[in-house]
Design a protein around this ligand. Sequence first.
Ligand code: UDP
Length: 367
Amino acid sequence: MTTSKNMHILLIAGTRPNFIKISPLIKEFNKHKNISYTLIHTGQHYDLQLSDIFFKQLNIPQPNIKLNTQGETRDIYIQKLKEDIKENISKQKYDLTIVVGDVNSTLAGALASKELNIPVAHIESGLRSFDMDMPEELNRIQTDKISSFLFTTEPQAKQNLLKEGIDIKKIVPVGNIMIDSLLNNIQNIDNSNILKELNIKPKQYILSTIHRQSNTDNKEALKQILTTLIQISEKHTVVLPLHPRTEKALENFNLKELIQNKNIIITKPLGYFEFLKLIKETICVISDSGGVQEETTILNIPCLTMRENTERPITTEKGTSILVDNDYKAIPKYIDQIDSNKWKHAVTIPLWDGKTAERITQYIQTL
Ligand code: UDP
């Protein structure tokens, strides 16, 4: 039997979806004596509801390094964060950096590591919306360009990377680590009391989230979405956990009053167990989230995605999601279809099986 060599890994995370993606990896790393890691929290999401609660619920240890980088624009933030990360990691030797997802912290972490000659592995690589107005798309493309190991969730991601001229040897299909988190925590999700707390019943409400810049920075789009939610709320209770960016937009655009005193339950951003429990029991989800398209697919819950495109096409091809585009007025019609049980069902997606962290860990042991 060959024993694997010792490895010290730098793990970088900064936002709610990042925390969900690193949790299964840490769980897996802890099973291997030869793997040690340093965790950097970039501070991109720092508050209780977007950060602390995920560390607690998902058993993520306190970060070894916590940053508090500020920057007014995306470019400035990424540049400053890159420098802050470099300053904090330059004295120690790392065998590999792992970054996840598509946020500014993902790219800053990859750039910092690359500049210090640490090989970078990107989890959730190759996803493309082909919409260069999305900051996430820029982060995805630039991170993939400088990564040495590209862990993909779905076949289209591999095709996208090959079309961009990326060496096939760098691409490793491993599956979807978000699904690991979901399956690892299913018991806690099932045990959540959130329905009772909100005084709602299974299959008698609709869950909605809005946080993409294309929706929150555009008053007209946001107003139309809210108007649609109000229309829907005449028939079904709507539950709307508000992302801080959306909350700010509602204030800036004076739209808060519009949804007050309606059949809409507005909550703060929810913990992972609570939110996933709401997905499991909802009639459908109306959202612009990336991760939610995947979670609804695996849970076979209809999902109306309020976007013109998706970097996760497998969720519309094999899953339960459809793209609503900007046609918000069509949403009530889709809900009628869902109410009359005329919605597509998800089919099993290869490698979305809860074993992605295991496959990634196995792979990096061979490096
Ligand atoms: N989520 C949560 N509480 C909420 C809203 C979302 O726990 O109130 C979780 C959910 O699992 C979702 C994940 O956070 O898949 C990703 O968040 P978000 O939609 O903000 O990011 P995206 O996936 O669009 O990058």
